[in-house]
Design a protein around this ligand. Structure first.
Ligand code: CMC
Length: 426
């Protein structure tokens, strides 16, 4: 039912077109353009800057005000009072769990942490120096080959089991990817540990030596996962929805999300931040890099700055910065040279007219890269960590779509190629 209407007049169409306009709970009103196709018209919006591709109840972002809400709860409150698995439950089910529901959820996830032993063999097919995201795309997609028992996407129970499996197994696969790259044996998950402790255990312990995971680092890891848990209709989530709209299985859909996340304009930015800081190398080189970023002839951009939606500040970056300070203090790394470059860069860029005018502020990836490096995670793994954290968001969106009255996503185009011509026959 429309809340308002928009009137569109188009040259060549006699009658003005009446389009329904809907109001959401929060945010922009949307003009329903679906009837335009019957008038032989399409809308044109490359990059989906003005397009609401779906209706959703999961996450709300107000980019101008720096607001991010999951199921209505502000991200800073979740980061302070909740934890990653509780936030996963919230994203999936719409409400915070009761104490009993949370206990059941946590224990269900723990019961799914192992991967099928045969999956271990997949790794041998990859070179040791393969990029971790290349392996992740492959092994997550390969999960589809193991769970035929619960892949009827029209069955809500099956969808929930797949959600649990993905949230539980992706950190196990992520840690396996790392262990494979350094030639160490895979570590089995330990269900007596929390989600984040277990992840750090699988990453850093070996069968010869099991060290206790630092609670501060485990908390920082949990925060990193939580701050990445969902972000509305970003490129990877939209990819998951698009793949899902064809009826593809959830493991294949999440693998497609991982592929989309890999790019440096999206999840690959955290790795790119670290590479950039290393390339800058010394505080004396910062001005030259800032000048390069401002030079329109140069494709270089300051990685970890700017966001399609946040034009004021990224609320996740605020929490991430505080976590960054905690972790560096815990590890006694306040004087780390790379961190010094990062902080100087942050100061220079945030005071520079070019960046202020365009609303380019440090985003979540700017600080997460620094924390992950301090924890001892190599930069090639950063986007894998992002993918691990984003998994519940992807599944929640996929599930929301499959539970709705959805259609296959099939965008159209403005064709500017050759008109019809005949094939030369001589
Ligand atoms: N460094 C220098 N200039 C920039 C940057 C940057 N990082 N980002 C945007 N600009 C300029 C851009 O050149 C353009 O200038 P002008 O108006 O003079 O042509 C203006 O700012 C607007 O940029 P845009 O490319 O139209 O903005 P967008 O919304 O299409 O792109 C972005 C958003 C995040 C892809 C972009 O800001 C960027 O490439 N940032 C660096 C990569 C990065 O940190 N990505 C992580 C995003 S947060 C994590 C996630 O959600 O995945």
């Amino acid at each position: 039912m429309a809340d308002m209407k928009a009137i569109l007049t188009v040259d060549g169409i006699d009658e003005p077109l009446e389009l329904p306009v809907y109001k959401g709970t929060l945010g922009q009103n949307v003009v329903d353009v679906r009837s335009l196709a019957s008038k032989n018209l399409f809308t044109y919006d490359p990059g989906f800057v003005s397009t609401a591709a779906c209706e959703s109840k999961i996450t709300f972002i107000d980019g101008a005000k720096g607001i991010l809400l999951h199921r209505g709860y502000p991200i800073d409150q979740l980061a302070e009072h909740s934890d990653y698995l509780e936030t996963c439950f919230l994203l999936l089910h719409g409400e915070l769990p009761t104490a009993e529901e949370k206990e059941t959820f946590v224990s269900t996830i723990k019961n799914h942490t192992m991967v099928h032993e045969q999956l271990n063999h997949f790794f041998n097919g990859f070179r040791r120096d393969a990029h971790p995201m290349a392996i992740m795309c492959g092994v997550v997609g390969a999960l589809s080959a193991f769970y035929h028992d619960s892949m009827d996407i029209s069955n809500p129970e099956h969808r929930l089991i797949s959600a649990h499996r993905l949230i539980a197994k992706i950190p196990t696969l992520a840690a396996m990817v790392y262990k494979y790259s350094i030639g160490q044996p895979f570590m089995y998950p330990r269900n007596d540990l929390s989600y984040s402790e277990n992840f750090l255990h699988m990453m850093f312990n070996t069968p010869c030596e099991e060290k206790k995971v630092s609670p501060i680092l485990a908390k920082a890891m949990d925060r990193i996962f939580l701050l990445h848990a969902d972000h509305e209709q970003n490129a990877s989530t939209s990819t998951v929805r698009m793949a899902g709209s064809t009826g593809a299985n959830p493991f294949a859909c999440i693998a497609s999300g991982i592929a989309a996340l890999w790019g440096p304009a999206h999840g690959g930015a955290n790795e790119a931040v670290l590479n950039m800081l290393e390339e800058i190398g010394d505080e004396s080189n910062i001005d030259a890099f800032v000048a390069k970023a401002k030079d329109k002839e140069d494709p270089f951009r300051l990685m970890g700055f700017g966001h399609r939606v946040y034009k004021n500040f990224d609320p996740r970056a605020k929490v991430m910065k505080a976590t960054c300070d905690e972790v560096l203090a815990e590890l006694g790394m306040e004087n780390d040279p790379l961190l010094k470059i990062a902080l100087k860069l942050e100061k220079i860029a945030t005071e520079d007219e070019y960046f202020i005018k365009r609303g380019l502020y440090p985003n979540v990836d700017f600080y997460s890269g620094i924390i992950l490096k301090a924890i001892g995670i190599p930069s090639e793994m950063f986007t894998v960590i992002f993918a691990t954290g984003r998994t519940p968001g992807w599944i929640a969106h996929w599930n929301e779509m499959i539970s709705s009255d959805y259609r296959i996503a099939r965008p159209r185009q403005l064709y500017t190629g050759s008109p019809k011509r005949d094939y030369p026959t001589k």
